[in-house]
Design a protein around this ligand. Sequence first.
Ligand SMILES: Nc1ncnc2c1ncn2[C@@H]1O[C@H](COP(=O)(O)OP(=O)(O)OP(=O)(O)O)[C@@H](O)[C@H]1O
Ligand SMILES: [Mg+2]
Length: 226
Amino acid sequence: MQRPKTNIVGLYDPETPMAIEFRRLYSRLQYKQNGKPNSPLLITSASHGEGKTTTAGFLALTIARQSDKRVLLVDFDLHRPRIHTLFGIPLRDGASELIQGVATLESVVKDSGNPNVSVLTAGTMVRSPASLFEPESIKRVIGQMSAAYDLVIIDSPPLLPVSDTMVLAPLAEAVLFIVMAGKTPRDVVSRGRGLLEDVNANLVGVVLNNSRGVLPYYYNYKYYGY
Ligand SMILES: Nc1ncnc2c1ncn2[C@@H]1O[C@H](COP(=O)(O)OP(=O)(O)OP(=O)(O)O)[C@@H](O)[C@H]1O
Ligand SMILES: [Mg+2]
């Protein structure tokens, strides 16, 4: 299997304030679930560029370090896939092939560079990603992932521009909602949360990124539980 050249595994430093915030987030997530497995865990937001992918990547590495869980990090943002760039691995052969039934999970999962974290990239780009988000197929592939890994973390597209996440949310055991402070208008944030409520998603918390806006961003992860 191809080894990534540069990726966030090498950048992850357990001593940074960011890593401390992610450990805090992980312990709060465990606490919230009252011992129930919080998998699959879906990461989403109302609009673009709120830090979903960054959060998903660092959370996966944090959990791998804190526990002996085998984590699968999934890029289900087939519109603007980015998990592969975080880990320096190829985009092709991933979620789109799996959903279309032309590849098995085992054949498309890639190494992250951390032995406890495997990655399912978004796969070969398709013209109409939304057409792949048919509830029965998504349920089938999520079932396969859950059977093979202790924890499945799913990165997803934003709720307002596309409907894919509305299919994913009710299939997730827990949903983490990301908000980039100072960027997304309040009514957009509430509309996103409203959409999650519409599908009875289990919203377990909100991560507020860049909350002070003046310090480097790695100081600025904040977690608010419900
Ligand atoms: N806590 C943070 N504070 C400030 N900037 C951040 C933070 N987290 C991520 N960023 C930056 O914000 C940008 C968007 O991050 P990211 O790609 O993780 O967001 P996203 O929600 O996945 O975006 P998209 O909706 O396009 O998929 C990146 O440049 C990233 O480095
Ligand atoms: Mg993203």
